[in-house]
Design a protein around this ligand. Sequence first.
Ligand SMILES: Cc1cc2nc3c(=O)[nH]c(=O)nc-3n(C[C@H](O)[C@H](O)[C@H](O)COP(=O)(O)OP(=O)(O)OC[C@H]3O[C@@H](n4cnc5c(N)ncnc54)[C@H](O)[C@@H]3O)c2cc1C
Length: 396
Amino acid sequence: MKQVVVVGASAAGLAAAETLRREGYEGTITLIGDEPYHPYDRPPLSKQILGRQWEADRVPLRAPADLDGLGLDLRLGTAATGLDLAGRTVALADGARVPYDGLVIATGVRPRRLPGDGGERAHVLRTLDDALALRDRLVPGRRLVVVGAGFLGAEAAAVARGLGVEVTLLEPTPVPLAPAVGERVGRMLAEAHHDHGVDLRTGVTVAEVADGGVRLADGTLVEADEVLVAIGSVPNTDWLEGSGLTLGNGLECDEYSAAAPGVYGAGDVARWHNPLFGTAMRIEHRTNATEQGMAVARNLLRPDARKPFAPVPYFWSDQYDFRIQAYGLLRGHEEVTVVEGALEERKFLAVYRSGDRVAGVLAVGMPPKALRTWRQAVATRAAWRDAVGELVPEGA
Ligand SMILES: Cc1cc2nc3c(=O)[nH]c(=O)nc-3n(C[C@H](O)[C@H](O)[C@H](O)COP(=O)(O)OP(=O)(O)OC[C@H]3O[C@@H](n4cnc5c(N)ncnc54)[C@H](O)[C@@H]3O)c2cc1C
């Protein structure tokens, strides 16, 4: 292999490029990114950047000298616009055609949007520019409506409160995040918002961003000076339309994270078969982006000794004065049991069951080491009865 092209210059793409070099690959690596910046980290955008603890110079993932050391053919500010699978070339917006014998697709996701034009008052939060634009407008007393109480919306609401902003958080489901973390944990998160003065309204569907705020499905106008739309994301696969790759909810990949011979997907854009859980998944978590970028680089380099990508997904989220951490596959769980601490104290560890197995663990306000044994239980697909049964008295 002499020419690797990596499309998407962020966490997953950078991890792939670095791993190729670390593993001794000496050929060309072309790293293509449509943003004008060197690869940077997104989690701080809704935390330290929005909260004004950090300036923008803290988010780059590598110092310029370290990036130089990788010897990349770096094409920033340039989108990939097409893929010729048979001819093995990637087409770029500037008219260039870049040949490859190995390709990593790591183009991530973009925010879903609502109809309506809020002009400069309507925000999404995905890029550094998004975060800086929103931050400029979060001044004490201003009214912010956040649409969507998922992790992103919840983090932004928490930070905005800390800046003295009046926050209304609108969520269509009755309990925020319940499908992901369960009703009881979701209610605890809702209470945290109430305690910090957020006007959380659940069971509310927003139809559009309107003049002066957002318009609900029932026609009511919720007034706002600024609107943050945090209603999920769309995989960036448009440039792959017609290429012959399978696109659905992301780029479809097999258990090696391969989308076609010599073509791999990594990070938020990739939906692959995770053999550990026996199911396909697309994970929008920071740690997974790096792990998958590393895994696909190794599989590219060693076609005869490829390894399935079978991680235990991990994520964290910072809200108010607590950190949520979770391992495993919580969505689709059938039972949640608190095995340590108490929900009311916002300091606990909850374990999630799917079928007869431990599927995941979530902790709030606990040190990372508290989760370690439970991560192991997820990784070994431990039987629920063995791992949890003896900790919970019958009928509890
Ligand atoms: C505000 C925010 C907070 C977050 N907080 C957390 C957190 O607390 N914990 C956690 O686990 N995860 C968090 N995440 C998620 C985490 O940041 C992502 O999982 C991670 O960034 C995914 O990395 P990626 O490289 O797959 O994709 P991305 O970071 O989305 O990068 C993809 C890159 O490809 C570029 N691109 C897209 N299309 C093209 C094209 N056609 N040509 C060239 N380039 C293209 C994009 O512009 C982008 O630069 C957060 C995300 C955001 C936005």
